[in-house]
Ligand binder design. Structure first.
Ligand code: NAD
Ligand code: TYD
Length: 352
């Protein structure tokens, strides 16, 4: 088995689905707290699959995590579980500290205890893969080179600060205890099963529902965008071949300004599902108040993972975004399931 945490969320869910598509891969124990961002509908196709064991629980629950490790004897842990939304971290940072920092600490300690009890080949083969973000490196100016693994950590939001803290714990467990870790720092993901509080799914759904498409500030902030399936393939590669104690930057070589991302989505929707009045979805773009402390630019230099492990993304932004828009058009039931009362409360709080 492998133990995946946060596997009912966006990236974790895609990872679990992709992993289990390959019959030669082991089974997965999937530990997820099912916060607002966790969604069992994403895993619906696995409900009769004996290789998927879902456990509803918290990575911060020491007794539960120790019990799962003892019972299932995983050969690896992939830690996706986190609070992941910058805007929510600004409204309420406490959950970010407890899950991203204290939860990761608990997972590390339980895993170290378990790993100490393994012997020979099993101990040598064990891996703790920590999934992190490029946001730990802070913000770039327009002319700065892209982030490499040696950039200093300069997190600016409660979210990125909590992820930075977790990365530091993971690093320290390697250096102090020889605990076998690898860390990946990835840029912004997009694709199927993405909760519509994040820019790309929010814009697709608001456009289709005739609502404003909110652009923070001047819309010139730049992100590097990676199709989620490519992130999952990178994690599989690093888990299999990554060097212990190393970090790998994962990115799509796709730097885009937010306003251009939103216009691209509008243009694809104009083609695939034109507005009834024949006008463009671009007319729904609305500039709103900027996010406090909004990072201007993120850019990933993913050449280390390419050079050392031979990984490169398969999708360009054009192919990935088209697939994503099509997926949201084809899956209204999944969307209906996540657009709950608490989601509507969030929209009211954030955009009123
Ligand atoms: P997400 O918010 O969609 O999902 C997080 C999942 O973790 C949810 O299923 C949630 O229920 C679960 N969870 C939260 N707290 C938990 C806890 N205490 N115990 C167990 N489960 C818990 O997040 P995502 O976008 O899928 O991100 C996954 C990971 O990848 C995160 O660590 C994030 O920092 C990192 N990351 C995300 C992006 C991105 O663009 N989304 C980019 C780089 C890195
Ligand atoms: P987001 O998807 O929240 O990811 P992150 O903040 O982790 O990069 O946002 C991506 C970019 O889009 C970010 O620069 C903020 C911006 N944004 C908007 O302009 N409007 C929105 O409604 C949202 C949610 C984000």
């Amino acid at each position: 088995m492998i133990l995946v945490t946060g596997g009912a969320g966006f990236i974790g869910g895609n990872f679990v689905l992709d992993w289990l598509k390959d019959p030669s891969n082991e089974g997965i124990v999937n530990l997820d707290k099912l916060t607002y961002a966790g969604n069992l509908a994403t895993l619906e196709s696995l409900k009769d699959d004996p290789r998927h064991i879902f456990v509803h629980g918290d990575i911060g629950d020491e007794v539960l995590v120790a019990k799962l490790l003892k019972e299932h004897q995983p050969r690896a842990i992939v830690n996706f579980a986190a609070e992941s939304h910058v805007d929510r971290s600004i409204h309420g940072p406490a959950d970010f500290v407890s899950t991203n920092i204290v939860g990761t600490f608990n997972l590390l300690e339980c895993a170290r205890e378990y790993w100490n009890g393994l012997d020979g080949a099993e101990k040598k083969a064990f891996r703790f893969h920590h999934v992190s973000t490029d946001e730990v490196y802070g913000s770039l100016s327009a002319t700065d080179p892209a982030f490499t693994e040696t950039n200093s950590y300069e997190p600016n939001s409660p979210y990125s600060a909590s992820k930075a803290a977790s990365d530091h714990l993971v690093r320290a467990w390697f250096h102090t205890y020889d605990f076998p870790v690898v860390t990946t720092n990835c840029s912004n993901n997009y694709g199927p099963y993405h909760f519509p509080e994040k820019l790309i799914p929010l814009v697709i759904l608001n456009a289709l529902n005739g609502k404003p498409l909110p652009i923070y500030g001047d819309g010139q902030q730049i992100r590097d965008w990676l199709y989620v399936g490519d992130h999952c393939s990178a994690i599989r590669e690093v888990l299999a071949k990554g060097k212990l104690g190393e970090t790998y930057n994962i990115g799509g070589w796709n730097e885009k300004a937010n306003i251009d991302v939103v216009k691209t989505i509008c243009t694809i929707l104009d083609e695939l599902q034109p507005r009834l009045d024949g006008r463009s979805y671009i007319e729904q773009i609305t500039y709103v108040k900027d996010r406090p402390g909004h990072d201007r630019r993120y850019a990933i230099d993913a050449s280390k993972v390419e050079r050392e492990l031979g990984w490169r993304p398969a999708e360009t932004f054009d192919t990935g975004i088209r697939k994503t828009v099509q997926w949201y058009l084809d899956n209204p039931d999944w969307v209906e399931g996540v657009v709950s009362g608490s989601y509507r409360d969030w929209l009211q709080k954030q955009y009123s």
